[in-house]
Design a protein around this ligand. Structure first.
Ligand code: HEM
Length: 207
C-alpha cells in the first residue's frame, strides 16, 4: 500500500500534537506539586538590622565580627567609646567572656551572664587567680560597668548581649584597645558563679 505525502504530514501533525499535549499535562502537574509544597506560613527568619539592641536576638547585620568556638560564639562591634557584644552558647546555664587575661583565667576582666526564671543576670567580674576566684568588681572595690545588657534562652541556647565602655577607668576592667585583644571564653550548665564550665577556651577579638 502506498502512503501519500499528505498522509505522512497528517501523521507527523498528530504526533507533534500528542507530544505537546503530554508536555502540557506534565508541566501543569509539576506546577501543582510546587504549589502544594509551599508552606502556608513562612519559616521564621533571623531579623536583619544594623541597630544594636540588647534583646537576646543576634540579628543579621547587628555585629560586624563573629567568632565560633564549637558550641560557643561571640559577636562584636565597637565605636569610639563602646564595645557591643553578643555571646551565645548551647547551654541553659551561663555564658561568659574574659578580656585581656594574663595566664589562664588570671587577671581576666570577665562578663558573665545567665537567665533564671526569664530574668537576665549579668556580672562584671575579675579573676584574681589562674583558676579563679573571680568575684564581682564591686566586691574588690571596683565598679559595675556594664552600660546595657539583655538576653534570652532560646531552645537549647543562652544568648547574652551587652555594651561596655572600651576603657571604663575601673582598675578591674582591662581597657579594650584598637587592634587585637586576647579573650578567654566559657559556658557552664548551671546558673552559678562558682560551678566550673562545661567548656572553655582562648580567642582574640580585633577592634
Ligand atoms: C564559674 C566558675 C569557674 C570555675 C570554678 C573555673 C575553674 C577552672 C578550673 C578548675 C580550670 C582548670 C581545669 C580546666 O582547664 O578546665 C579552669 C580553666 C580555665 N578556665 Fe575557668 N573556671 C570558672 C570560670 C571561668 C570563666 C568565667 C572563664 C572565661 C570567661 C574561664 C576560663 C577558663 C580557661 C580559658 C581555662 C583554661 C586554662 C588552661 O589553659 O589550662 N573560667 N577553670
Amino acid at each position: 500500500m502506498k502512503t501519500s505525502i499528505s498522509q505522512v504530514r497528517y501523521h507527523l501533525f498528530i504526533i507533534v500534537l500528542v507530544g505537546l499535549l503530554v508536555m502540557a499535562v506534565v508541566f501543569s502537574i509539576s506546577c501543582g506539586e510546587e504549589e502544594q509544597s509551599t508552606p502556608s506560613t513562612p519559616a521564621p527568619s533571623v531579623p536583619v538590622t544594623e541597630e544594636w539592641v540588647a534583646d537576646g536576638t543576634i540579628s543579621v547585620g547587628e555585629y560586624s565580627n563573629s567568632q565560633i568556638h564549637g558550641n560557643y560564639e561571640i559577636h562584636w562591634k565597637s565605636d569610639e567609646e563602646y564595645i557591643y557584644a553578643g555571646m551565645k552558647a548551647r547551654t541553659g546555664g551561663y555564658v561568659s567572656v574574659g578580656f585581656q587575661p594574663g595566664s589562664r583565667m588570671k587577671n581576666a576582666d570577665m562578663v558573665f551572664g545567665f537567665i533564671a526564671d526569664g530574668e537576665v543576670t549579668i556580672y562584671d567580674m575579675y579573676s584574681t587567680g589562674d583558676f579563679g576566684p573571680h568575684p564581682p568588681d564591686t566586691d574588690l572595690g571596683g565598679t559595675f560597668d556594664i552600660a546595657e545588657f539583655g538576653g534570652k534562652e532560646e531552645g537549647s541556647f543562652t544568648i547574652i548581649e551587652f555594651k561596655r565602655e572600651l576603657a571604663t577607668g575601673d582598675q578591674y576592667d582591662n581597657p579594650l584597645l584598637s587592634g587585637v585583644n586576647k579573650i578567654i571564653w566559657s559556658y557552664g550548665s548551671s546558673d552559678s558563679l562558682t560551678r566550673q564550665h562545661s567548656n572553655r577556651g582562648y580567642g582574640e577579638i580585633e577592634l
